[in-house]
Design a protein around this ligand. Structure first.
Ligand SMILES: [Zn+2]
Length: 156
């Protein structure tokens, strides 16, 4: 580094924009891209995070997809006994709540009849795969994801 010299002018404040790239304007996006740890995109991300989603519904759905809701099976490790509040099943799990539980399945089936008809399945994995599947009808796809998140939030 050269020794500071008044003849060379004032110092400049520069922001790092990328590898060996500096500019005088700050960018939140480029700063975020530099400091975050990138992981591969998960296949369910578009079922949880989409423009039209309601943030609190998306958040609960995000927890449900990762099986991080404090359901009975997870609370057991903390010494808490918790059954299904909807049907009385002793073993409350994510898969029971969405949509193995007769009550939640009745609600789910009633709302998605137009999408799945008689093919509505109470299994979590099958349901999530059906939500993730690309549809030709974009509006229908958005509506189905919104229904899924709304039901997940309210059942929880
Ligand atoms: Zn139940």
């Amino acid at each position: 580094m050269p020794v500071p010299d008044e003849d060379m002018g004032d110092d400049l404040v520069l922001w790092k924009r990328g590898k060996d790239e500096f500019q005088d304007s700050f960018s939140t996006a480029s700063t975020w891209e530099q400091i975050r740890h990138k992981k591969p995109k998960v296949d369910w991300s578009e079922a949880v995070w989409f423009t039209q989603s309601t943030p609190r519904y998306a958040f609960i759905t995000w927890l449900a997809v990762q099986n991080r809701l404090s359901t009975g099976d997870r609370m057991r490790s903390c010494g808490i006994t918790q059954g299904c509040g909807l049907c009385g099943e002793r073993d409350e799990t994510r898969d029971h709540l969405f949509f193995g539980c007769p009550y939640s399945f009745t609600v789910w089936k009633g709302l998605v009849r137009g999408f799945f008809g008689r093919g509505t399945n109470p299994d979590w994995s099958i349901t999530l795969n059906a939500i993730k599947r690309k549809r030709a009808n974009r509006l229908g796809s958005i509506l189905l994801k919104m229904i899924f998140q709304t039901v997940t939030y309210h059942i929880w």
